[in-house]
Design a protein around this ligand. Structure first.
Ligand SMILES: C[S@@+](CC[C@H](N)C(=O)[O-])C[C@H]1O[C@@H](n2cnc3c(N)ncnc32)[C@H](O)[C@@H]1O
Length: 228
């Protein structure tokens, strides 16, 4: 598999075997997807939910099991991913937006839950900071922002140790080595992970006061921030 020119085209191609590729390439993928529903506040029933970088809908699908009556907005830059979601969620209340995060005009004071599964590492640090501020404004009081991702800056000394462990994980699942080679091309071209400590600080600066790490295995992390 060759990498494509931009995120939209890259994920149009990646959409083909998306879930099995993610399970084989992302350590703890299933647990990090489950984290979107496992650690929500007690008696929390979100009426309006926004999933940023919905992909083929694995995060939305998990949330739908708990809140089938909620109103969902699914956003992604890739038309192929949106087409997969449309087929998957036919019978639910779901709106679709094909857009890059930077071009999207968030509704103010509207959502009860905003999620992002493995999509924010495609944004650089400045984009994340700006996005966190826009997400904060878009949430209602008591609203939750939850995101799962790889959270380590590529310039950190511990990054090379992570790469070694990650390579062993991927090669165990795809022994011919081609998947790891493709993954690293993709990672070098499109991925800008940041440390979880930096991201927690940026969330604080955006206005969030309650910020937790309900799931953390090495640098594979779910962060949950509440607008109180
Ligand atoms: C790795 S997939 C994650 C999909 C799904 N959330 C999951 O947890 O499996 C990342 C998704 O985010 C989308 N994406 C990445 N960067 C984006 C951006 N800047 N704006 C909009 N969508 C983006 C990609 O098209 C892709 O579908």
């Amino acid at each position: 598999m060759r990498i494509e020119k931009n995120i939209e085209k890259e994920f149009n191609v990646f959409s083909k075997d998306y879930t099995s590729d993610m399970i084989g390439c992302v350590p703890h993928y299933s647990k990090l997807v489950s984290a979107f529903t496992s650690y929500l506040p007690k008696n929390f029933i979100p009426k309006y939910i926004l999933d940023l970088g919905c992909g083929n809908g694995n995060v939305t699908s998990k949330i739908l099991q708990l809140f089938p009556e909620s109103n969902f907005t699914l956003l992604d830059a890739s038309q192929e991913m949106i087409t997969l979601c449309k087929a998957r969620f036919k019978t639910y209340k779901v709106k679709y937006v094909k857009s890059y995060f930077n071009d999207y005009r968030f509704k103010s004071d509207y959502y009860n839950l905003i999620t992002a599964g493995f999509s924010l590492h495609h944004c650089d640090s400045e984009e994340k900071k700006s996005l966190f501020k826009r997400i904060y404004k878009s949430l209602k009081k008591g609203g939750v922002f939850s995101f799962s991702d790889l959270m380590v800056n590529k310039n950190k000394p511990e990054h090379s140790k992570l790469l070694k462990e990650w390579e062993a994980f991927v090669n165990k699942n795809f022994p011919d080595g081609e998947k790891w080679e493709w993954l690293m091309e993709h990672y070098n071209e499109f991925d800008y992970p940041d440390d979880y400590t930096d991201q927690m600080q940026w969330l604080k600066e955006a206005g969030f006061t309650i910020i937790n790490l309900p799931f953390k295995e090495n640098y594979w992390i779910n962060i949950q921030a509440v607008k109180s």
